[in-house]
Ligand binder design. Structure first.
Ligand SMILES: [Mg+2]
Length: 179
């Protein structure tokens, strides 16, 4: 279960404040796009998303976008949001993201990956050796490729929850991996 266990859990990325990241020594956020930051139908970032990201940057936190989705979708969204991005990231594999983080000058120890899927995001983050925050999916709707993963995600999530391994980000400062 270790590879599937995140350090933190949040309902969504928008509820987590910059202060939390600063307090935990996080300098880089490696953020999943679809159903973490936006619905896959949202082709352009909303004002809410843009303001949210600018606010993090103002606090000194670097935001990077990492998506398995196609080049066109991620490029457009990433450019409009004004953050470095990688498409076709091949999560749960870590090799492309490792290279991307290096290019961006991000240290693994101060990077937190945020994503809505255990099988891709959490597993990948644990392979990479970064901290991970798992979220619920932002909207109900998924792309068909993701729907298959959801069938496996749900029971895993229930199991983690039952074992007390989904620790709310603001519950306390204890990190799951130390248990
Ligand atoms: Mg996602």
């Amino acid at each position: 279960m270790k590879k599937f266990t995140p350090n933190y859990y949040a309902k969504n990325i928008y509820e987590v404040s910059a202060d939390f990241y600063l307090k935990h020594g996080i300098k880089t956020l490696l953020v999943d796009l679809d159903n973490t930051l936006a619905s896959y139908r949202e082709l352009e970032p909303s004002d809410t998303t843009i303001n949210f990201v600018r606010n993090l940057e103002k606090a000194g936190i670097k935001v990077l976008l990492a998506s398995n989705n196609s080049g066109k979708r991620v490029k457009r969204y990433g450019e409009l949001l004004g953050v470095p991005y990688i498409s076709g990231a091949r999560k749960p594999f870590a090799f492309k993201l490792r290279k991307f983080l290096k290019e961006q000058g991000a240290e693994l120890s101060s990077t937190l990956m945020v994503g809505d899927q255990i099988l891709t995001d959490v597993f990948c983050g644990n392979t990479l050796g970064v901290k991970i925050m798992l979220t619920d999916k932002l909207v109900e709707e998924d792309q068909w490729t993701t729907r298959i993963n959801r069938l496996l995600d749900r029971p895993l999530r229930n199991k983690l929850r039952a074992k007390g391994k989904l620790k709310e980000w603001n519950e306390d400062d204890r990190e799951l991996k130390e248990n």
